[in-house]
Design a protein around this ligand. Structure first.
Ligand code: TXE
Length: 480
């Protein structure tokens, strides 16, 4: 059994209650470790440590903070293989994906904000002949960072890095479903010489540990990524205390394929945008809209490609899809496939659990699933499934596809495939999504604003947006 510990005030410590939760290996469906079942007392200790560390950390120069963060980034790179293996085991994702995407992105997050903060500048506004204004952006205090299970270290560091770079101290909670790489990060932070209390990581359940962070009046900033229902509960708790809130929530993203697209690219990348990480990325395009003249050609080629995807153990280099994250999540996704059938959908590919051989026979594997024949307003097409399930829907005009694409309560990301530049601009501006990709998907420049409209969230992460979120703005006006 691998037992992990909390990271509080620079030390790896047991939860005060002495209680632990099971940690599952989804590729085998077995418990392989224990994680602290922390509670309010552990959180309080972490907040006190962060408060104590704040004056010194916030007073350091940007260069000093940057130097320590760069050391953490280097250590992540040096431990790439160990971290990728841990991520793959904890989450069920293919090792090659963790090695290529998750872990390199975690070190990039540290490096990006460690260097970014050195270049971060604020504005001054001259009122000619009257006054000069200048703006300062200073660290706020203790930031609460709560992250999900789909891209564990990637999203955890996406919050922690800007919070620390801006001079805040942090109390963070990774998902209890995938806590392992956050624990390994705490060991790397100790090795890098991060001062005690600057980053504290408390493991445990959302309603216990997460809620205690959100409720505490000494945590003025909350950055959360996760489900929309949880985001709503967090906002309800935090809003009366006027906390700064960044909420990165769910998506039901449209992938719009016009008849004039570069067919082969649209096809190849649509398979990725549908099923990467077993469809468990908030940016996956789960509703594919195809212009009528190429509907059948695209559908048939897509189904053929999907049927060739290999579902297998995460460590197997040939696996395209690994396991989904938990039994509960697998059952949720399967219930949506049942719902789709009841709603009149036709399953063109997949639709079932996959039972692998030997030690993987109890793992949570699902076939990549393609469904057609559903109304765009049905529940399958409106609710976030967050698994390897996509629907195909034909459309006849731009107006029609915009109505369908914008019909959900979400507005995170959208993809457009067309060779017509004017149309790409026109449609982009009419889509109610915070992130739009034209002829590509998940091409990320960390300087760009990242986040969604409607129930996909509040605020934007990334670049200066993140550094602005993690600082308090003050304007000074001086009469000339
Ligand atoms: O997420 P939760 P769940 C979507 C996806 C998925 C659904 C539910 O549709 O099926 O959300 O997933 C912590 N106060 N996404 O239940 O619960 C929790 O411990 C404070 C989309 O796993 O939102 C974890 O650390 N914190 C998403 C984090 O919140 C609380 C990624 C996210 O868990 C809390 C994941 C509370 N009351 C799921 N309750 C995306 N946008 O990428 C839970 N938490």
């Amino acid at each position: 059994m691998e037992r992990i510990l909390n990271y509080i005030n620079g030390k790896l410590v047991e939860p005060k209650s002495g209680n632990y939760l099971d940690n599952y290996d989804p590729s085998r469906g077995v418990v392989y470790g224990e994680i602290p079942d922390s509670d309010r007392e552990d959180v309080k200790e972490a907040i006190t440590a962060a408060q104590t560390a704040f004056p010194e950390w916030s007073a350091k120069s940007n260069e000093e903070r940057s130097r320590i963060m760069m050391r953490i980034a280097d250590l992540i790179d040096e431990n790439l293989e160990k971290l990728a293996l841990a991520e793959s085991k904890d989450n069920g994702k293919p090792l090659k994906l963790a090695r290529r995407v998750d872990i390199p992105r975690a070190s990039s997050n540290f490096r990006f904000f460690a260097t970014g903060v050195i270049h971060f500048a604020s504005e001054s506004h001259l009122m000619e002949g009257e006054a000069i204004n200048y703006t300062t952006r200073t660290p706020v205090g203790v930031a609460g960072c709560i992250s999900p299970w789909n891209l564990p270290l990637y999203l955890f560091t996406w919050k922690i890095a800007p919070a620390l770079a801006a001079g805040n101290t942090v109390v963070a909670k990774p998902s209890e479903i995938t806590p392992m790489t956050a624990f390994l990060l705490s060991e790397l932070c100790i090795e890098a010489g991060l001062p005690s209390g600057v980053l504290n990581i408390v493991h445990g359940l959302g309603p216990k540990v997460g809620q205690a962070i959100v409720e505490d009046p000494d945590v003025p900033l909350i950055s959360f990524t996760g489900g929309t229902a949880t985001g709503k509960a967090i906002a309800a708790t935090a809003a009366p205390m006027f906390k700064k809130l960044s909420l990165e929530l769910g998506g039901k993203n449209p992938n719009i394929i016009f008849a004039d697209c570069d067919f082969d690219n649209a096809l190849r990348i649509s398979v990725q945008s549908s099923f990467a990480n077993q469809g468990q990325i908030c940016l996956c395009g789960s509703r594919i809209f195809i212009e009528r003249p190429i509907y059948e050609k695209f559908r048939d080629a897509f189904v053929e490609k999907v049927n060739r995807l290999k579902i297998g153990p995460p460590l197997d280099e040939s696996s395209n899809l690994g396991a989904v994250v938990s039994k509960q999540h697998m059952e949720k996704v399967l219930s949506y496939i049942d719902l789709a059938k009841k709603e009149g959908g036709k399953i063109l590919a997949g639709g079932n659990r996959v039972e692998l051989d030997g030690e993987f026979s109890e793992g949570y594997y699902l076939e990549p699933t393609v469904i057609e024949g559903l109304d765009y307003q049905c529940r399958t097409n409106q609710e976030e499934i967050f698994g390897p399930v996509v629907t195909l829907t034909p459309f006849d005009s731009e107006e029609e596809v915009l109505t369908m694409a914008n019909s959900t309560e979400y507005g995170l990301a959208a993809t457009i495939w067309t060779q017509d530049l004017t149309r790409a601009h026109r449609v982009s501006h009419k889509l109610k999504s915070g992130i739009i990709w034209v002829n590509c998907w998940l091409l990320r420049d960390l300087r760009t604003p990242f986040g969604g409209m409607k129930k996909s969230g509040v605020g934007r992460e990334g670049g200066w947006e993140a550094l602005k979120f993690f600082t308090e703005t003050r304007n000074v006006c001086i009469k000339l």
